[in-house]
Structure formats: structure tokens, C-alpha cells
Design a protein around this ligand. Sequence first.
Ligand code: EPU
Length: 336
Amino acid sequence: MLKEFHQINLCDRNSFHVEQRASRLAEFENEEDLRQLFSDGIPPKWYVLSGGNNILFSKDYEGLLITPVSRRITQLDDNGTQVRLRVDAGVEWDDLVEWAVERQLWGIENLSLIPGKAGAAPVQNIGAYGSEAKDAIRSVTMYDVESDTLLTLDAAHCEFGYRESIFKHRLKGRVIITSIEVELSRTPSPRLDYGDVRQEVEARGGVTLRNIREAVCAIRRHKLPDTAVLGNAGSFFKNPIVDKTLGEQLKAQYPDMPLYPAHDDSKCKLAAGWLIDRSGLKGFRRGNVGVHERQALVLVNHGGATGTEVIAFARMVQEKVMETFGIAIDTEVNIL
Ligand code: EPU
């Protein structure tokens, strides 16, 4: 059933907890609700506000925000090895991971504790600890606002990349994701090579699905601030992808600088957290906004910050990194 709100305070609907308002917000369960919502025509300004974990409201939103609330996980197929699920857009991503781990299904355990809803997972192809949502997503179903139809796009056509997909580009402002189809496996496929994962898994008694989930949760809890305590939107910046020659020059200059391969062989990925840290900004605070003291990639709201303040602070961080290393870092968070 469609549920509408007017002049609503967004503080509890964005993990930065900035105090902005939206003129209108609609919670939907299914395609029928969306048809009803758009039955009088497409409003001039609308946006999907999912869990609000990757968004910064720079001002009040003078338009319609649309939030998925349906939370079903439906098993579509089980061939004994692979299990296919339909996951409604409103399912909390971490509830899905827990659901899978309880049933001994492999594939998304490294994505434990990522805040947000399943419908948002394909948009920025959420990723952590050597896994990305694209590894498990088989298709995405969406309501196309212009044609008033429900479409399903296979993963191969979703143009997934590092924190990238077609939903951030060609389909932006056109579709509303209603569900995703995910394929998980009963065959163990542990991914332990990122950072401290292996060590944390061993410390818990060895490689099991449950131990991997708990190891990842522990690492995240240690590094990343709890949004209930300190407003934040996870990584505020993307790790920059630069030409390999530039990456290697920097590495020669700073031997302890992390350098990762990129999807494209002529490029490499730098760690924005390291760049910000080494620009001297880790833990730095100005007014109500700061760089998190344990993970420099995360900006935090120490309380009462407005979107404008966060943006001004983020610019300062970008300028400092540019000044120190000559590298541009782009925001990962969607700024509205
Ligand atoms: N580093 C520092 N100082 C810092 C932060 C990081 O020196 O303050 C160094 C680390 O020591 C490490 C490297 O930078 O050598 C990378 O750090 P980390 O492993 O913490 O990961 P990240 O690149 O900073 C990315 C994702 C995270 C994800 C982690 C783990 C992006 C934008 N962020 O962060 O995703 O959890 O890897 O896989 O790709 C998110 O998207 O919101 C998010 C939290």
C-alpha cells in the first residue's frame, strides 16, 4: 500500500542525520503502488531515497522522494548447488546476508554489515573485502517511469564497474528498482585475501561461512563509525583510478602507499583513505564535521551539521589531497 508524507523531516532517513526536509515522500510496496503514484503524470522532481546511507542532502528537497518498503525474500530455484532468490528492494542488505549465512549459502558473506537496502546494492555495485554485489546479482527488476512498465535487466547489461552501474548513468532518473535476483551457492568459495580478513577468520577457529561473516562485521565495527552514534555515509570518496605510470611514480615516492589493480590493465586504484590520512587530515574536525579518526575515507557529522557544512568540508579535503599528491578524489556519496 502506498503511504505518503508531506513536509517530512529527513533526519532519521539519512545516515548523515542532516536536518533537511522533503516536500513529499512516498513509501511503496510494489509496482501497482508506483503506477498509482505516477498516475497523475511524472512530477518535475523525484528521487529514490532507499536506506539513505549514501546520500547527502545539501538543502531541503523540493520534490518527491520514493522509498521501497517491501521486504520479501523469495526462493525461485534450487538445483542442489545454486539457489536463486528474488529479493525485494526494501530488504535490508545485511538481513539478506544473515538469511544466506543461516542457510549455508555462499556468495555475499564478505558484504556483511554494509548499511542500506537490497534495491540500492546494484546502483553503486556495493563492494567490500574482495567481493562486489555484481558477483551475486543475476538481474534487476525496475519500474520504468516513462513507459509505465516493469522491466528486468540481466546483470550482463547492468554495466557494473567499481562503484558503477547503468543506474548511475543512462537509467538515472528513469527507473525505480523494485527487486533484484541473486544467485548463491552451496559450494564454499571463501574470499580471505583482503586486509585482515584471513587473520580474523583464523582467530575465530577457521574458515566457515559464519566465521567469515563475523570477521567482516568485527573489522567493519572497528573501523567504521556506527551511524546511530555518529552520522556518516560510509566512504565519502571513491578510491581514485589513475594511469598505472602515475601510480607507480607515486609508489616509488611513497613505498608504503597501497596500490591496487583496476579493472582496466593500464590503470591502477589508489586508496583515498590513505591519501587523506597522509595529507594530515585523519581525525581533523572543523565545526560539526570531521574526518573519522579510524578511517579517513569517512566524513562524520559530530552533531547538528548541515549539508552545506559537510560539502564545504569535503571540498577542503579534496583540495588538501590535490595540494599534497596532485590527485583528484571524487565523492562517492550522492549529493542532492
Ligand atoms: N588507509 C589508511 N588510512 C586510513 C584509511 C585507510 O592508511 O585512514 C589505508 C589502509 O591501511 C589500507 C588502504 O588504505 O591499506 C585501504 O583501506 P581499507 O581497507 O580500509 O579500505 P578503503 O579502500 O578505504 C574500501 C571501500 C569500503 C570497504 C573497504 C573494504 C570504497 C570507496 N570504499 O575502503 O567501502 O568497506 O574498501 O573492502 O571503495 C563504502 O563504500 O562505504 C565502504 C565503507
